[in-house]
Ligand binder design. Structure first.
Ligand SMILES: [Zn+2]
Length: 428
């Protein structure tokens, strides 16, 4: 492979554009993205004629089709390099794992991740024509990959643990942008331990930090849209993400999914829903989603933290225009103590304090008619869980705990949010 051409493409991305532009700004001037250099020079090129153009794996290797490469222009190669680099910087592989992306949902995730990359590439005049923007996909602008994923897939979590295809089956070299974009290893990719070299998780974290610092410096004053790149910089430079927006975001996504499913009959049918047991099928127009909340009221749950978490949920529902939704609240420890309808989650009267078995709350939810669309369970996590989610509901498991503690696992079918109190609070 012509390594000089690869080097030229990297230089073209990071060099300042000459002023005045010799091409009259027609498009082939260098792109002035010096902050990408730490990432670009960490990429490990591998020739692989099974890929269509250029893909990436999780270890920062880029797989390059030589025929395409030889025919491509330097700007075309530069655009592909920037494309996969943003997948790696944005940790799309780990984030896909957080969303339990598997082979069946890989293409929805890939579209979502690509839409965020497209946003960044558009600003830098680097977006290849084949890469759809959020607008092309009829999605709102400048959202996160997770939000797009919820909007595109409009699916509840997988039916139960142990089903599905957790290792992603065998995706091939031509499937999407590579494991660097979705965490699913392709047949043609090398594993972590080979002599082709690899960027370790630790090194990748360092690279991201350096790029974020440089980006911040370079882009400040440029007045860019608040898009995915800027959000990424913030997240990278402020590693301790507060949990409140995460919880609110999870509620927004769950409700968004339920609302999306509500007008299911009026949109094109999802190919997947028919194969999913328990999904509520067409014919039910439900503009206001029904929300049920299961609250662990055993001694081990911190009351102040719980109150804050319930406040967040109320805020998120209010912001979505679901204030009048009558929520059903279950107070549960080793038994269900109260079931009540409230307008705000924080109005719930909480009783109890014995051991913990959240399955009882879920049993109550399963018996509800009409069925709830969104179920949020607040618990310290020391509880048995049902083997499958309530039919047709998006479930959020909000785990209340202390920073620095190892918090118990939650089932794969629930979206996990860790609500952490600072370490001045210790568990009894
Ligand atoms: Zn991509």
């Amino acid at each position: 492979m012509d390594h000089q051409k690869l080097a030229a493409a990297k230089l073209w991305l990071i060099s300042p554009s000459p002023s005045p532009s010799p091409t009259g700004g027609r498009g082939d001037d260098p792109r002035d993205l010096p902050y990408l250099s730490h990432a670009l020079y960490a990429l490990i090129p591998v020739v692989d004629n099974d890929v269509e153009k250029l893909t990436c794996d999780e270890w920062w290797r880029i797989y390059i089709n030589e025929e395409w490469f030889d025919a491509a222009t330097v700007p075309e190669i530069g655009a592909e390099l920037a494309h996969v680099t943003w997948h790696l910087l944005a940790e799309h592989a780990d984030r896909a794992r957080d969303q339990d992306v598997d082979r069946s949902t890989a293409s929805a995730w890939e579209k979502s991740a690509d839409a965020t990359v497209a946003h960044t590439l558009t600003q830098d005049k680097l977006r290849p024509q084949y890469l759809p923007s959020a607008k092309d996909l009829d999605l709102p602008d400048a959202r996160s990959a997770e939000e797009y994923f919820a909007l595109i897939s409009r699916l509840p979590p997988p039916p139960s643990d142990g089903e599905g295809d957790p290792d992603g089956g065998s995706l091939g070299p031509a499937d999407g942008c590579g494991s660097g974009a979705d965490g699913l290893t392709r047949r043609n990719e090398y594993g972590p331990n080979t002599d082709v070299g690899a960027v370790s998780k630790h090194e990748a974290t360092e690279i991201r930090r350096k790029v974020a610092v440089d980006y911040d410096r370079h882009a400040s004053g440029r007045g860019d849209d608040p898009g995915d790149a800027l959000r990424w910089v913030k997240r990278t430079l402020e590693p301790e993400t507060p949990w409140e927006p995460l919880l609110a975001g999870a509620v927004r996504r769950a409700v968004g999914w339920a609302v999306g499913r509500g007008d299911y009959t009026y949109t094109k049918p999802s190919r997947r829903s028919s194969s999913l047991p328990g999904v509520v099928l067409p014919g039910q127009h439900k503009p206001v989603p029904r929300v049920s909340i299961i609250i662990d009221t055993s001694y081990s749950v911190d009351d102040n933290l719980l109150a804050r978490a319930l406040g967040e949920v109320d805020g998120a529902l209010m912001a979505l225009g679901v204030p009048g939704a009558q929520m059903t609240i279950y107070s549960v420890d080793a038994a269900v103590h109260t079931v009540e309808k409230v307008r705000r989650a924080r109005d719930a009267k909480l009783v109890g304090a014995g051991g913990t078995d959240m399955r009882l709350g879920f049993r109550g939810v399963e018996d509800e008619r009409p069925r709830p669309d969104v179920v949020i369970c607040f618990t310290d996590g020391d509880t048995p869980w049902p083997t499958s989610p309530p039919p047709g509901a998006a479930v959020i498991a909000a785990i209340l705990g202390g920073r620095g503690f190892n918090l118990p696992p939650t089932p794969k079918w629930a979206t996990r949010v860790e609500c952490l109190v600072d370490d001045r609070w210790a568990r009894p």
